[in-house]
Design a protein around this ligand. Structure first.
Ligand code: HEC
Length: 258
């Protein structure tokens, strides 16, 4: 390092020299300084605005809020879905989606293959517009599947997006109760859209097949009652069963006599 300072034509005053490498210290250009100090001021301002005083939500907070709002918006209203049934372009789009995505399991006419018939008056997971929409959008988990041996159905909402999910729901609403044959028989609970007299007839027919339903529901309660007296009451239970059998026989006997 030499103490001799010289002024270079291009670099200006040379302050240091190390092994022949010369270093000058020039004033930085104003545009550069403005950016530098500006960034510091911006950072301080930003910190107080968003984090100290929380004047506005940060972008990530705003994003989370918007995402939450859009999830809520995805839950369709019955009136919105029914309105779409009258929208020809929605029905066309729904028909296309059905042909490409659903027909493999539900049949080209919705008559049912491994998935249930979607054109009858019986529904496994509810026949009202919002239940149908929800079955399509969220799918049916295997523990909720009602067809014996069925693994349920994946949810289609993510793949199709909201608009096409609603459109295919509208398409199904447009073909319900058309009773396409050649697929699966009616399965599930009868559902009649309000004001459809024809549909109630179809619903009554399926009622007969549904009588096992309430029995399933009462089963757990029956088990609970039996469990308690088990300690000393097994004989009593048997006796009670014997009684009902006896009365049953008497009842049967009565019409024969008369
Ligand atoms: C991989 C086969 C498969 C595909 C593809 C499929 N589903 Fe399903 N779907 C099923 C099965 C199986 C069930 C019945 C599940 C159960 O309860 O056992 C079902 C049930 C349904 C239900 C409820 C029916 C009721 O009776 O409550 C609707 C609605 C439905 N699917 C619509 C659709 C739509 C719309 C598509 C196309 C976007 C589609 N499915 C694609 C297999 C499928």
């Amino acid at each position: 390092m030499s103490d001799v300072r010289r002024t270079d034509e291009i670099q200006g005053e040379i302050l240091h020299e190390y092994d022949g490498i010369e270093e000058a210290d020039n004033r930085l250009p104003n545009w550069w300084l403005a950016t530098f100090y500006g960034a510091i001021l911006f950072g301080v301002g930003y910190w107080f605005y968003y984090h100290e005083f929380q004047v506005e939500p940060t972008t990530s907070e705003a994003y989370a809020a918007a995402a939450a709002a859009s999830t809520e918006a995805d839950v369709a209203e019955e009136s919105e879905l029914l309105a779409l049934v009258g929208d020809a372009s929605a029905i066309t789009s729904g028909r296309e989606t059905f042909a490409t995505t659903c027909a493999a399991c539900h049949g080209d006419r919705g008559q049912g293959v491994i998935g249930p018939n979607l054109t009858d008056g019986a529904w496994l997971h509810g026949g009202d517009p919002v239940s149908i929409y929800s079955a399509i959008r969220n799918g049916i988990t295997s523990d909720r599947a009602r067809i014996a041996g069925s693994a349920g159905m994946p949810g289609w909402g993510g793949q199709l997006g909201e608009t096409r999910t609603r459109a295919v729901t509208a398409f199904l609403l447009s073909i319900r109760d058309t009773n396409e044959q050649g697929g699966r028989d009616a399965e599930g609970d009868a559902y009649a859209p309000a004001g459809a007299a024809e549909a109630t007839e179809a619903a009554e027919q399926t009622d007969a097949t549904e009588e096992t339903e309430p029995a399933e529901e009462t089963e757990p309660a029956g088990e609970g009652e039996e469990a308690e007296p088990e300690a000393g009451g097994a004989d009593e239970a048997e006796a009670a069963e014997g009684d009902t059998e006896a009365t049953g026989e008497q009842d049967e006997a009565a019409p024969d006599e008369g």
